[in-house]
Write a protein that binds this ligand. Sequence first.
Ligand code: ZN
Length: 293
Amino acid sequence: MRSSIVNMSSVLPTIERLSSRVIRILGLNPGPFTLQGTNTYLVGTGRRRILIDTGEGREGYPALVKEVLQQQDCNIEHVLVTHWHGDHVGGIRDVCELQTDDTVSLFKFPRLSTRDETIGVNISYSFLNKEEEVFETEGATLRALYTPGHTDDHMAIILEEENALFSGDCILGEGTAVFEDLYDYMKSLQRLSALNPTKIYPGHGPVVENAKEVMEGYIAHRNQREKQILDVLESGEQSGYSAMDLVKVIYKDTPEHLHVAAASNVAHHLQKLCKENRICRSDVGERWTVSKL
Ligand SMILES: [Zn+2]
């Protein structure tokens, strides 16, 4: 999912070959939060390939997958699920039903918040541990990276042959991503940026060719906002600031009806700064001050 309404500036074909080993199949679920829908990727060159994500379960998606499998004369050996959101897991059942001969294994990182993740009768996940696990298929080697932040179970995947990154919803083809935990999210972004991928195959939107620049842009955007927050807190003009107090200073040029959304964003920053022991709660309620070292 993404954060705001977009113009559909990039019209993607429903099926597109992106490289000798990557074919993108759209989930057919366009919407304000999903750009042109969820991207799913069939990876490999042989008879048994790996599918990354499965869309939302929209009618028409299974037929697209079937068309590609027939045309490529292959089937799906594994499905790698980037995270639990419905627009990434909703098509799992359909994909499993497409297989006639072999069963599909489904892999993802476990959620921290819920123990029991079931997708349906006779379908279950194999959970990855947080070490980097490698999946090999003819023509492609995929390394699964635990990258929490957008969700607590988020997986990004490196395609070693291209040094390309399947970023799930950690980085999007357009706009900025949303997150559950900014502290984790920033750490994941920094880790992915350090890998210096040549390009990004995102969970939504077009392929990102200027990967480094985009990732640094994401990081700089958040750092800039964080600095604004710290500057206000350090000014000490009040004994403590709530998220909304900060919004009134930092977002003073933003229309007031957007302030509640802005406050939720600022609250994420405050939680992150608190985790880093850079700020702490003041004596009065949900207000924050800089930590005294
Ligand atoms: Zn998501």
